[in-house]
Design a protein around this ligand. Structure first.
Ligand code: TRP
Length: 326
């Protein structure tokens, strides 16, 4: 089970860090992938663009290979049981632990004028999303590890207080290392909201991709063999490893080692390989996004699958708590 916030545009980091894992998991496990529209209300109370954003995120996920027939692909708000479980879990979440959550402290700093209770209990809602399906594997990035630990705590507290209902959810990814997708300015990772010029979005046009890649920082190149690669050049090679052919990469690596590399050519190559990678995804996502009828069917099917799983869990939850009076 995993969730995707419908804020910001999906980018290469989302693809290689998360989406690619989802697509692989769908072949091996029963999966629930959810658009976290309720979570977005904690920071984005203005809902003018919500519908469009939800449609876009669904389209992009399907374009990347998620198959709505194989997985439950649904919207959080379509599964009302989530809100009920959230309420029960709120009785087990302590103010102190919620206040010291890193993401909460960050949000308080960013939006001191909107520190609402929903923001404080964001991790409780996320725990509800996960354990609603009694999920045990949650493919998420490093930034979600604290939320996952809290979900484990809430699940364990529930089990301890009312009897075993939930397995322990844990963060999951294939391979030991999470793939890092560096930003084009050499300062960090690609990001949904910051650094728009240093991030390649799945919706970027061919010209935009070329422009962004050609702007990446380089220098005059090495003059002595054995010169260690500066991190901004290493980043360009790292990005190439994601989208370029192996022999192309080793050619440029050799050029670097022999001090005859031309960074203009390197970036042109990277730009074309990026374009080749992104174009079909963007075109497929656009086609899906413009097909409202198809998207409606996807959401209905997803809500039905997720709802079935949710109702089964909530029967157990109400019984365990003692809310079954007749
Ligand atoms: N908090 C997650 C994020 O910011 C999104 C999310 C919501 C989620 N519910 C989830 C992730 C359940 C995993 C499981 O990206």
């Amino acid at each position: 089970m995993s969730g995707i916030r419908p804020t910001g545009f999906l980018h290469l980091g989302n693809y290689f860090g998360a989406l690619r894992n989802y697509v692989k998991m769908q072949e091996e496990y029963p999966c629930f992938f959810m658009v976290a529209d309720l979570h977005s209300l904690t920071t984005h109370p203005d809902t003018k663009e919500l519908k469009l954003n939800v449609q876009r995120v669904l389209s992009e996920n399907i374009a990347c290979g998620l198959d709505p027939d194989k997985v439950a692909l649904y919207c959080q708000s379509h599964v009302r049981e989530t809100s009920e479980l959230y309420l029960y879990l709120n009785m087990m979440a302590y103010k102190g632990e919620l206040e010291k959550t890193t993401t909460f402290k960050d949000k308080v700093r960013q939006h001191p004028d909107n520190v609402n209770a929903g923001l404080l209990t964001y991790p409780v809602l996320q725990a509800a999303d996960i354990i609603l399906h009694r999920a045990s594997l949650v493919p998420v990035g490093k930034d979600q590890e604290q939320h996952l630990e809290m979900a484990r705590n809430f699940a364990n507290r529930f089990n301890h207080r009312y009897g075993d209902v939930f397995p322990e959810p844990q963060a999951f990814n294939y391979g030991s290392e999470l793939v890092k997708v560096p930003s084009l300015d050499g300062t960090g990772k690609m990001s949904k909201s910051e650094n728009q010029y240093a991030t390649i979005y799945l919706s970027d046009t061919d010209e935009m991709i070329r422009k962004k890649v050609m702007k990446a920082k380089t220098d005059a190149g090495p003059t002595e063999p054995g010169t260690p690669m500066p991190d901004y050049i290493e980043n360009i090679f790292m990005l190439m490893k994601l989208v370029s052919e192996a022999d192309v990469i080793s050619k440029f690596q050799e050029d670097y080692d022999q001090c005859r590399i031309r960074y203009g050519d390197l970036k042109k190559q990277l730009a074309e390989d990026m374009v080749r990678f992104i174009t079909p995804v963007r075109e497929k996502a656009d086609a899906i996004r413009n097909d409202e009828k198809y998207l409606k069917d996807v959401m209905e099917l997803g809500a039905e699958k997720a709802g079935k799983s949710a109702r089964a869990t909530m029967e157990l939850v109400r019984q365990a708590i003692g809310l079954n009076y007749f």
